[in-house]
Design a protein around this ligand. Structure first.
Ligand code: NAD
Length: 383
């Protein structure tokens, strides 16, 4: 069987080169949507939804040296706000706060913690429009998709709030008559959670919700490109009554923050979603204090279409896997292999479908793909 490899022209970075029409459409949207994004930013800012400081021990805190970094709208390049640019010192204080809060948070029953988490879930869902708008502003994804991520992200909080009540242990048949063997599951302590820019809320709740539900406390380091959704979610955790210090957020100098998290003996687990290179560094660093590590790294996913495929289904599936979040998800296909017999039909249909996509500001009508060129520029090298 011979498979034909489709050109890597389908990769995200050359989206606009697929069709000149796409390019000019995105230029038009770029100009139109700039004002909309600005008015959304102003509204969110005046309602206190845009926070610019880190959260340490329940207090909104500037970087100790007063430094800030810009958070930009990737569709327009406009600065949304400046946030604290934190480093090792702030991270160590956040770890200390989380360590102190662990004493009382871990002693609550799972049912008590579940009530706090449920409240947090309810608040996130009650503010899903604002959180979605904030996400589109800083990350660029289409508003509908951003609001979808808010529900998806919140669902982790709901799920783990329930699930933690059922963290059972085990009784193990003993090998000696005078012994009793059992497994008792206990919270391990402070968890460092480092997350990427492509899912600004869901990657956080997926880590923080199970940690909190089990009785651990957390220090979150969101991406510097998309800290605003994380900060807004943290504010809602305070409003939900989750005690000060249980949830901390630091952002800024990634290397200094990462180094402080892996070096501290008080951090008992590192959970990370991001590039393979950074994951490897964190894993090596965590070995020094023998921390538990959970890594969710870059994907390597071929999309394969065989001669007997249903063309419509294959087309829909390929578009979804290649272009969701503008190709910036871990499971996005990074190559498309099409069997010879269906190649021409598929390539024609695929090109037409791609031409009809609208690339633009995430607030635009019918926009299916965000402008991410600026984000890529800001993000720098990845794996
Ligand atoms: N497996 C999954 O489910 C999944 C989900 C989403 C993203 N991803 C992967 O994430 C990557 C995209 O995210 P990205 O480009 O933001 O990745 P990235 O590794 O550049 O950044 C991820 C996070 O790590 C931080 N970071 C960077 N250097 C660090 C260091 N030395 N110490 C500590 N933290 C550091 C960044 O500031 C950011 O918060 C892609 O490779 C994608 O495939 C995987």
């Amino acid at each position: 069987m011979r498979l034909t490899r489709m050109s890597m022209a389908f990769r995200f970075c050359t989206l606009s080169s697929i069709s000149p029409r796409l390019h000019s459409a995105s230029a038009v949207l770029y100009r139109q949507m700039s004002t909309d994004a600005k008015s959304v930013a102003d509204r969110l800012s005046s309602s206190g939804f845009i926070r610019s400081q880190g959260l340490i021990g329940g207090k909104w805190t500037d970087a100790y040296d007063g430094k800030t970094i810009e958070v930009c709208n990737p569709a327009t390049g406009e600065v949304i706000t400046n946030v604290s640019c934190m480093g090792g010192k702030e991270t160590n204080d956040a770890i200390e706060s989380a360590h102190n809060a662990f004493v009382s948070w871990s002693k609550l029953t799972a049912a008590e913690r579940s009530k706090y988490l449920r409240k947090w879930f309810d608040l996130i869902m009650a503010h899903k429009e604002e959180l979605g708008q904030l996400m589109t502003l800083e990350q660029g994804k289409p508003l509908r998709e951003a609001i979808g991520e808010v529900s998806y992200g919140a669902s982790f909080i709901e799920f783990y709030a329930e699930e933690a009540k059922r963290v059972y242990g085990d009784i193990i048949p003993a090998t000696l008559p005078d012994r009793r063997l059992f497994v008792l599951k206990q919270p391990i302590g402070v968890v460092g959670a480092i997350t990427p820019w492509n899912f600004p809320l869901a990657m956080i709740t997926r880590k923080v919700a199970p940690a909190l539900a089990c009785g651990c406390t957390v220090v979150i380091k969101p991406s510097e490109l998309t800290p605003l959704t994380a900060l807004a979610a943290a504010e809602l955790s305070i409003q939900a009554g989750i005690p000060p210090g249980a949830v901390n957020v630091v952002m800024g100098n990634a290397i200094d923050i990462g180094d402080a998290l892996v070096a501290s003996p008080k951090v008992r687990k590192i959970t990370f979603t991001g590039s393979t290179n950074v994951g490897k560094k964190l894993m090596a660093g965590a070995a020094g204090t023998v921390k538990k590590v959970s890594l969710e790294l870059g994907g390597n996913a071929p999309c394969i279409i065989f001669d007997d495929a249903d063309l419509d289904v294959a087309l829909k599936g390929t578009l979804a896997t290649k272009f969701r979040n503008s190709g910036q998800t871990c499971v996005c296909a990074n190559r498309v292999l099409v069997q010879e017999g269906i190649f021409d039909k598929f390539a024609n249909a695929f090109s037409k479908a791609v031409e009809s996509m609208k690339v633009g500001d995430g607030f635009g009508e019918g926009v299916s793909n965000q402008i991410i060129l600026l984000l890529i520029f800001h993000a720098g090298p990845s794996d």
